[in-house]
Design a protein around this ligand. Structure first.
Ligand SMILES: Cc1ncc(COP(=O)(O)O)c(C=O)c1O
Length: 498
């Protein structure tokens, strides 16, 4: 027999002492809940039998009320499945109108919220973030992910979990995963670490958030790369910090300028392996300068190492953290680029003397990372699937990156400058002065070209206009056509002549 899913019982009270008949009370309650949208279109409601038992009344008034609600179109019956709130409710109950009505409802009294939230953009609907396809950034090549292996591991760890898998874990996360990550980081990224210093977190974003809460107070000055990663800035804005935009050039963050602007900054947030978005790798001399500055001014360095697994035509670059002899670097890594972003799993390596503070802050936030995917990831790494996947992706992205660089060269020659194509899953093209990349990006989205405008990554006045082009999720064979479409757009926008 087909199993009918069971529905939640709505909050309906019946009162036998009042004159109104029970069936009318039920009808009125259901109707009010549907009109008030406590019950939504298509939502299942309990069977007459279940509701009668729940309310401790006979089934007859329930049957009468349901019959009327069915007749009036509030309910619909689906053969073999049960009774549902009608999926095509009248227009005045439609979600969009309802949201409008909610927003415009008159409310009394003051409604204070944290002032800093006003510094964050709200209701933002960036057109270049709306689609998936040509040039979207931050999307890996999902089609190469070994889903079979992954789902077997998920199965392995969800079948008969023991109590420790179900209970709260420690704030640092699974020891086995921390051990596996340490082996990887020591070997492949030149990070000096030990599992007691590693914290598993919900992606780089949470690592940035926790680091900020531990290291910075409101009004503290902090260096950020200019241009730089928008989500680092959101964290610092929310924390009320004073951001000092320090320019980057082909050698990465210009430390001398940073010192001139604000020697006493409490921290510097940098991506030395692959600066976002311009793609520079910080030179050895700048790395040493940065570490010297941190040591002499008693400052911290937050190293965002988000996609350095992918390098083309040059040796892997060891982390800045590995050069640091004074434990001033908080190293952050993520599985978003090497596995997939919705995994929301990353890690940080914390200076040993700060571990207790990081743990205390983490406990005040979300306690720990969910257990299941930590266990799955541990086996994925230990059994060699991670290394294999990385090797394969390096080849795939290498091909895609070559296809993009070649197509850009063929279509534009030297008319568009390309930056940062030596690593990662994106590169940048800059356009001549006098054009507004954000306006062009809005029109590009109408052609299903997802061009991230470079100017939006500047805190101050943008020095360059251009586009960040992702190539991780586009097959090599499709890239020439996408570049051709981008050229048609730029010709139509008069950025280029044909
Ligand atoms: C500079 C930078 N850092 C970190 C990340 C990854 O963030 P998360 O680990 O929160 O997904 C990205 C993703 O695009 C990025 O561009």
């Amino acid at each position: 027999m087909k199993k009918v899913p069971s529905a939640f019982s709505p909050v309906i009270a019946v009162d036998r002492k009042i004159a109104k008949p029970l069936h009318r009370q039920l009808y009125d309650s259901y109707r009010a809940m549907i009109v008030g949208r406590a019950l939504r279109a298509g939502q299942q409601i309990p069977s007459t039998r279940a509701l009668a038992i729940e309310l401790g009344i006979s089934r007859i008034p329930v049957l009468t009320a349901y019959a009327q609600l069915l007749a009036e179109g509030y309910f619909e019956a689906r053969a073999g499945s049960g009774t549902f709130v009608c999926s095509t409710l009248p227009e005045q109950l439609a979600p969009a109108q309802h949201r409008d009505a909610l927003l415009h409802k008159v409310r009394r009294g003051s409604r204070p919220v944290a002032g800093r939230t006003a510094d964050l953009p709200m209701g933002e609907n960036l057109p270049w973030l709306q689609g998936f396809g040509a040039f979207t950034i931050s999307h890996p090549a999902y089609e190469y992910f070994p889903f079979q292996v992954w789902s077997n591991l998920v199965m392995r760890h969800s079948r008969n979990p023991n109590a420790s898998a179900l209970h709260y874990g420690g704030a640092l996360g699974s020891e086995d995963l921390r051990e596996a990550i340490c082996t990887y980081l020591r070997t492949a990224r030149g990070v000096r670490c030990d599992p007691q210093q590693v914290m598993i977190v919900a992606g780089s974003q949470q690592a940035l958030e926790i680091s900020t809460r531990v290291l910075l107070d409101p009004e503290t000055s902090v260096w950020v790369e200019e241009p730089g990663y928008w989500l680092t800035r959101r964290v610092l804005t929310l924390a009320g910090c004073r951001m000092i935009p320090v320019p980057v050039d082909t050698e990465g963050l210009n430390v001398a300028v940073g010192i001139k602007l604000c020697r006493k900054a409490r921290a510097a947030y940098v991506a030395p392996s692959h600066q976002y978005p311009l793609g520079a790798t910080m030179s050895a001399s700048r790395r040493l300068q940065l570490l010297d500055w941190a040591q002499s001014s008693g400052s911290w360095i937050v190293e965002d190492d988000y996609d350095s697994e992918y390098r083309y035509g040059s040796m892997p670059i060891a982390s800045l953290q590995g050069l640091d002899s004074d434990s001033r670097v908080i190293y952050i890594g993520t599985f978003s680029k090497v596995l997939f972003p919705s995994l929301r799993t990353g890690y940080m390596v914390i200076p040993p003397d700060l571990v207790d503070r990081f743990v205390a802050v983490r406990q005040a936030l979300d306690l720990t990372h969910p257990h299941l995917y930590q266990a799955v990831l541990t086996d994925f790494i230990r059994e060699g699937h991670f290394a294999r996947h990385l090797r394969r992706l390096r080849l795939v992205y290498g091909e895609r990156r070559t296809a993009l660089v070649d197509s850009l060269h063929q279509q534009f020659g030297s008319r568009l400058e390309v930056h940062g194509a030596q690593a990662g899953m994106h590169l940048v093209v800059s356009i001549p002065k006098g054009f507004h990349d954000q306006e062009i990006a809005e029109r590009a989205a109408l052609r299903k070209l997802w061009l991230w405008p470079l100017s939006s990554t500047y805190l101050g006045k943008p020095l360059r206009q251009g586009f960040i082009l992702g190539f991780g999720s586009t097959k090599s064979a499709e890239i020439p056509n996408d570049v051709q479409r981008m050229k048609s757009l730029l010709v139509a926008e008069k950025v280029l002549t044909d």
